[in-house]
Design a protein around this ligand. Structure first.
Ligand SMILES: *Cc1c(COP(=O)(O)O)cnc(C)c1O
Length: 413
């Protein structure tokens, strides 16, 4: 089996640096022989991996196509223009910036484009699924801006829309952020737009998670509503690790200058080429079918976990995300995650609204890319509950996971 799935590099690496090649093969084996339920992960295509492992990795390209600080940018300029055009057409946006190195860098650039240090920003609180860049004291966001958190309804787990409006009226924020690392429901972008307009705030949609569903037509788009949309390209969207920004023409120059030169130096041209490949893939009917299957799978998984006795936040999902409290099975999230890891089921803990202990966060993007469907989701839920309860011994569960994933190789030979 090749080490990287980038044909021009795979065997070279195995020959020249067997020690590292061994590690890469070990990771490929881990990804193929265990169950990938980490909500932020996916399997990008061999074509995306090939672009990442290409000679574009050698190229320095500060600036933007046609206005670079380095010579020799003829080819990478074409690649970046293609990525930008594909992103604009995929999301119906007037402007796209595809240079952000990560989702966090994209959020940083959005703030840099619209805010000054000390400005007030309204965002989903971290205990309810806000990201580090939404005001964590450990992050630049919490240090440089005055974040006011909104929450979710204690009963339903749904965003407390009335509270959003009340806090906006009281604090008159310069920007309102909507987006989350764990919220399983669609976000009502029209509502957030209305509140932002009422108080004269910018609306920033951090769609890092659902942007892939948006691309496939399986979730509502923030593009018509938000002043700036920040996103990642590596989650449900299934591209290389990276970020991007979408906005209207009037903010295009501010957003571009916020990325380069304000927050970044040279663009990573191999990654931008890989983003172009991923945007091309995401524009196909096959991707749309995948995106809808991701949601169908998550719905089945959520319902089956609820049947097994876990408390599913918001009672279900509209997206690829499911968060659930395993407490009724007798363990907290951390213990559950440990037991599941021993069985080869890889997922995350997350904070649960109004619970002291942690819950489980699962996503269906990776398993759907592998080709799993509703039947496999039911099998996963039953196995997960058995392992968490302690009823299924981990060696037996590990065998069952091997058997399950064995039928769905992420990179068929
Ligand atoms: C994943 C995520 C990010 C950060 O992306 P990185 O690439 O890890 O920096 C930011 N915001 C939200 C809502 C996310 O889910």
């Amino acid at each position: 089996m090749s080490v990287t799935h980038a044909p021009q590099t795979a065997d070279v690496l195995a020959r020249q640096d067997p020690e590292l090649a061994e590690i890469l093969l070990g990771e490929l084996d881990r990804q193929s022989s265990t169950l990938q339920l980490v909500a932020a992960e996916n399997f990008c295509s061999p074509a995306v991996l090939a672009a990442l492992g290409s000679a574009l990795a050698n190229k320095y390209a500060e600036g933007y196509p046609g206005a670079r600080h380095h010579g020799g940018c003829e080819m990478v300029d074409v690649a970046e223009r293609l990525a930008v055009e594909r992103a604009k057409s995929l999301f119906g946006a007037e402007h796209a910036n595809v240079q952000s190195h990560s989702g966090s860098s994209a959020v940083l650039a959005a703030y840099a484009a619209l805010l000054r240090p000390g400005d007030t920003v309204l965002a989903l609180g971290l205990p309810y699924g806000g990201h580090l860049t939404h005001g964590s004291p450990a992050n630049f966001s919490g240090r440089w801006f005055d974040f006011v958190p909104y929450g979710v309804d204690a009963e339903t787990g749904i965003i407390d829309h009335e509270q959003v409006r009340t806090l906006a009226r009281t604090h008159r924020p310069k920007a309102i952020v909507c987006g989350s690392i764990a919220y399983p429901r669609h976000i009502d972008y029209a509502y957030f737009r209305e509140v932002a307009d009422e108080v004269g705030a910018y609306l920033i949609a951090d769609a890092a998670h659902p942007i892939g569903l948006v691309a496939g037509g399986a979730a509502p788009s923030p593009v018509p509503y938000a002043d700036v949309v920040c996103a990642t390209t590596h989650k449900v969207l299934r591209g290389p690790r990276g970020g991007m920004l979408l906005c209207g023409s009037e903010l295009a120059e501010r957003v571009d200058r916020a990325v380069f030169p304000f927050t970044q130096g040279g663009a990573q041209m191999h990654t931008i080429a890989a983003k172009a490949v991923a945007f091309g893939e995401a524009a196909t009917p096959a991707f749309s079918a995948y995106a809808h299957q991701v949601v169908a799978n998550a719905r089945v998984l959520a319902a089956a976990l609820a049947d097994e006795g876990l408390v599913v936040t918001t009672g279900g999902t509209d997206t690829h995300l499911v968060t659930a409290d395993p407490a009724p099975l007798g363990v907290d999230g951390r213990t559950a995650r440990g037991r599941l890891a021993a069985a080869g089921m890889v997922l995350d803990c997350c904070v649960l609204p109004h619970a002291d202990l942690r819950g489980l966060r699962l996503g269906t993007a990776a398993v759907t890319t592998q080709g799993m469907a509703e039947k496999e989701m039911a099998r996963i839920a039953a196995l997960l509950a058995g392992v968490v309860r302690g009823g299924v011994e981990s060696a037996r569960a590990r065998e069952e996971v091997r058997d399950l994933v064995g039928g769905f190789p992420p990179y068929p030979a």
